[in-house]
Design a protein around this ligand. Sequence first.
Ligand SMILES: [Fe+2]
Ligand SMILES: [Fe+2]
Length: 404
Amino acid sequence: MIGQAEIAEIGARLARRAGPDPPAAWDLRIDGDDGADPATLTHAKQQALMRAYQARYVLLPSAAPAGCFVERLRRHYDPGEMARLETLRHALEAELLEPRADAARRDAAGRDWRDYAEALIPELRGQGENPFTAYLRTSPNAQAHYRNFLLQSSADLLAEASASAMGVVGEFGAPQSALFRILIDEFGYGAHGQKHAVLYQATMRDFGLCADYNAYWPLFDTQALDLHNAIHHLFQNPRNFFMQVGFLLFAETAYQRSTQDHFRYLREVFPDVDARYFGEHAHIDLHHTRMVIDEVAGPLVETYGAAAGAEIVAGAELTRTVFDAAGAHMLAVAGVFDAAAAAGRATAAAADLATLGRGLTPAAAGAPGPDAAAVQVGGIGLVDAASFAAFPAGAYGRLPRAAG
Ligand SMILES: [Fe+2]
Ligand SMILES: [Fe+2]
């Protein structure tokens, strides 16, 4: 297991490479850990792993920072420093992600992928409204919770399909070309204004959020990092290729339904907000599910056998597990925040990125002093430290800089 000392060591190297005041896209820093709270160490590990994954594709800040840009680019993608982080990557994956992947494999052993896929479509399409948007209809802080949902999801969606693109390059026959057609849909067929990440930016801006890549890194909670790392773990390891197909099968099918709920919700409750991101997915993912089944999974299993099909089921069920956990967490955090707000102990507020200080988990917030500062929880708002201690595991907050 990676210990506190290794995380501190890599954290110092990442901070040195990022330099002072880095633009968000090139900020490599991870949170420190005083060794008192295991959840804080887990958070730092999830951050280190996500830094390793994000280093595998091109990210440029929207505006050039001071100094020679090419020199900064070379430092950000320094191969020696990247290799240092990569040496920790497998151990982090083994500890944080692989037990769930192995469990999904065990459960899927011997299952028939086609029976599974044909049952999955009516099951997911037939579900009622997703619990999060249904809850928001009753919440007095709906706008704050939606803002937080967008913020936490931005860890992946501001570079939407960059993770899955890692599973498209190479050479593996006709299924590769079908995956490539899905990928170029995700990239708007090359029309920048249609790229899904660009549509997502528009929704974020309409909720008053900054749409720069990783702008909200300090507020990503442990659960959000876990979800997005689980996806990267599949796509950044070619050995998981058939599980990647399972991810796409589940994600494209689940997205048909969830984006429809979000689209309807936004149209009804926030009619002035740009909801094209959700409307587009509710439509195009019908095709993507079909393409995954008919042009990718079917031919692959025909060529490579039933064990490949079981891997596809495992990847889909792993995706169900991490999506469900993320959804339940988002809902639990909203409920606990609303209860604190009703008791006068929390206030909805957009985060002020300039004033954020030290991060903390609910466990680390235990027994705060009477003058403890309020904690900014994601994009939702401020909660007093005693109330934050009762938030579900996987939540993450920040103290104001003065108190940090
Ligand atoms: Fe998409
Ligand atoms: Fe899609």
